[in-house]
Design a protein around this ligand. Sequence first.
Ligand SMILES: C[C@H]1O[C@@H](n2cnc3c(O)ncnc32)[C@H](O)[C@@H]1O
Ligand SMILES: [Zn+2]
Length: 433
Amino acid sequence: MNNTILIKNALILNLNNFENKKQSLLIKDDLIAEIAETIDEGNVDKIIDAEGKILLPGLINTHTHLSMTLFRGLADDLSLDSWLNDHIWPMEANLNGDYCYIGALLGAVELIKSGTTTFSDMYFYMEDVARAVEDAGIRAVLSYGMIDFGDAERREAEIEENLQLFKSCNGMADGRIKVFFGPHSPYTASEDLLIKVRELADEYNMGIHIHVSETEKEINDSLDERGLRPFEYLEKIGFLGPDVVAAHCVWLSDEEIEIIKKHDVKVSHNPCSNMKLASGIAPVSKLIENDICVSIGTDGASSNNNLDLIEELKTASLLQKVSTLDPKVLTSDEAITMATIKGAEALGLENEIGSIEVGKKADIILIDTNSANMVPDSSSLSSNVIYSANGSNVDTTICNGKILMENKKLTVLDEQEIYDKARKAIKELKEAI
Ligand SMILES: C[C@H]1O[C@@H](n2cnc3c(O)ncnc32)[C@H](O)[C@@H]1O
Ligand SMILES: [Zn+2]
């Protein structure tokens, strides 16, 4: 028996839809079954009238650490080096699976409320994060953050942990969870670890999620240690490929942009985190000009300090305009693709999500334009979403054909209970320091 939802009168934001005419969309179970001007309302289980609402694919966040939502506002106004070494890593030493579960649920509430249906995560206690994903009804690519600092024994244990996560969680939650490898970065993961990850990624057909070239210090340390910049080093050891999602990519030479292009590495741009930690400005418009796949991420809520992908896209666009002094770069249309089809491509999910097409998964959001910051309508739907809206204009969120929020009310998660538990968790973690 099919579960059917009809969404009618929606302004569908497909980048080939220039007419802005209202359409209907039918969901059958987890899939988009039909898109047409009118669809028969008889025999559908539920009708959503999307009058005045923009319909677009559920947004895709390609780099975050969801459980770190617990650490929001914990350590502000610091460089990456001091933020990680003096504040975050000491706090993370006392984490456990229950804390990571509640932190991930708190993050999931924020994702659902601001229109993100898929996120790619790198963190610890990932089986507990998987549990949160299952309970929240969202979609995720999960990786365990492997750090060995050159210690061979630790390397084996870290790889085993990520492989175990693959074996226990890949395909879990009706296929909503996919598992990647997560070597943290070229400065925390040894060459041996990175080489082993490459071998195993090929063997198991798994993607790889890694931080690369985030700060100038990382470049200088890499040059001091190896005489090579990070991407030169990663190419030399045979690590790079189209299955690698590299977060940040702020400090890139022209030669490294060539390397990224040659290996079809996917870039996850995280402008708010890069601005807040004063890491720098990634050369995104140059990457796009070079036809490199650039998607968008928030990084963790501890360095952002929220998970609002619409706000992130506006920041990305404005930052490129101001850094190149060219208002034509990173348009609202390009920004939308970063959080939709480019995000899907980065995660190897382009046949399932990232656009509104019959046969794709029903990951859909509705944005209500009847709001002070969205009236009158802009000249294009993408302009209204990117430049005028923010996450709080998201009205309805559907993932895998299931309604997770309708009329701004969560339908699956109990947000107050989650807020209370998250406040208790961070209080305990602060007391343990
Ligand atoms: C998984 C580990 O990664 C840490 N982390 C979170 N954000 C960043 C970042 O921007 N650069 C490097 N490392 C980061 C997180 O705290 C975990 O320890
Ligand atoms: Zn990160």
